[in-house]
Design a protein around this ligand. Structure first.
Ligand code: PLP
Length: 378
């Protein structure tokens, strides 16, 4: 398939993946863990020796994501956290990492423990403040990690600025773009060295596959180390998950368009609601990240938002408990809307007790608005 088509066309056709042997319009699943050789000991297919480094289904999904990101190469992993761990593990003892604070708590926890174990100097700052990030990089940085928009604060990081100060410090910039998806934002084109996604979220979109992905702007020595480590240490995605992810991604552009439109309408509806203290969503013109988000996100602002209800923890839990359509569950990016009281999960990170994190799905937005209004009791 020609690669110069629009993203929606590219994903709908899964980059032209078909099953050549049967003519099937979807690729086959090849579950073999090992591949045969001929009498002269040559592999029957030189691309395939053993599944850990060689899976046709993994290669297919990687090829589709690579084009979406405008990347030099893409690697998928068995979870978002496995991808993040792979992006950090090349750092030697004594290195310096600058990491955004107030991002997905699981990421922060793993990075803090890893850096302490390995003797890596870890600086955690508000990377949405250009000055603070630049200051943190003045003493050098081997790796800068940001998440934009961030989960659950929805802060927006200036990727171009982050790339400039990271490169001046001699390091590489890694952007977790999970909430934006490659449909709305392409961090590599803004200077990031590696973009990461939890494919568990909107990339797959159906809450039934765990996966992660890294894509690079150039195939550097660091990238080569990440690729080798994946093959040797074995953090690989299974063939069935890769096949499912490719299938889920066929509707990626459609889903992201709908969930962004729904989130925008819901945010605009809730922001003036008497039962709501604040809505954190970069699509709102009043949001501090709006102007920047408009320059680095095209076609919407994603399905992730946080709502601070008026009242305390009990009131937030009461509202969550009264929702009928928003399922009370963690995660984001699925076709079904979810609500989470994050304080119940990470009470020690300073999150407001009245914060409800929403993942807005693809339902009819009128139903979502009615559900939330009824839960707020007004
Ligand atoms: N990055 C972000 C922004 C996330 O929200 C998550 C999970 O919630 C992850 C990374 C980790 O991904 P996974 O759960 O697939 O390991």
């Amino acid at each position: 398939m020609k690669k110069d088509v629009q993203p929606a066309t590219w994903v709908a056709h899964a980059g032209g993946c078909m099953d050549q042997s049967s003519g099937g319009v979807v690729p086959a699943i090849q579950p073999a863990t090992t591949f045969a050789r001929d009498e002269g000991y040559a592999p029957l297919n030189p691309d395939n020796i053993y599944q850990r480094p060689h899976s046709e289904n993994v290669r297919q999904v990687e090829a589709v994501i690579k084009e979406l990101e405008g990347a030099a190469d893409t690697l998928v992993f068995p979870s978002g956290m496995a991808a993040i761990a792979a992006a950090f593990r090349w750092l030697p003892a004594g290195a310096r990492a600058v990491v955004q604070q107030g991002i997905y708590w699981g990421t922060t926890k793993w990075i803090q423990e890893f850096c302490a174990r390995r003797g890596i100097d870890l600086i955690q700052i508000d990377a949405s403040d250009n000055y603070v990030l630049a200051e943190a990089c003045t003493s050098g940085a081997d790796l800068v990690f940001v998440e934009t928009p961030s989960n659950p604060w929805l802060k927006v990081v200036d990727i171009q600025h982050a790339a400039k100060v990271t490169h001046a410090a001699g390091g590489i910039l890694i952007v977790d773009g999970t909430a934006a998806t490659p449909v709305l934002s392409r961090p590599l084109s803004l200077g990031a060295d590696i973009v990461m996604h939890s494919a568990t979220k909107a990339l797959n979109g159906h809450s039934d596959v765990l996966g992660g992905v890294l894509s690079c702007r150039a195939e550097t020595e660091i990238w080569e180390a990440i690729r080798t480590d994946r093959a040797d240490a074995g953090a690989v995605m299974g063939t069935f998950e890769a096949w499912l992810l490719l299938r889920g991604m066929r509707t990626l552009a459609l889903r992201v368009e709908r969930m962004s439109a729904n989130a925008q309408t819901l945010a605009e509806n809730l922001v003036d609601h008497p039962g709501v203290e604040a809505v954190l969503y970069p699509g709102l013109e009043t949001d501090p990240g709006h102007a920047l988000a408009k320059t680095q996100m095209a076609g919407g602002f994603g399905g992730l938002m946080s709502v601070l209800v008026k009242g305390d923890k009990e009131r937030a839990l009461e509202v969550a408990g009264r929702l009928k359509l928003f399922l009370r569950a963690t995660s984001l990016g699925g076709v079904e809307s979810l609500v989470e009281h994050r304080y119940s999960i990470e009470s020690h990170t300073g999150l407001p007790q009245n914060l409800l994190r929403l993942s807005v799905g693809i339902e009819d937005v009128d139903d979502l608005i009615e559900d939330f209004s009824k839960a707020l009791g007004q």
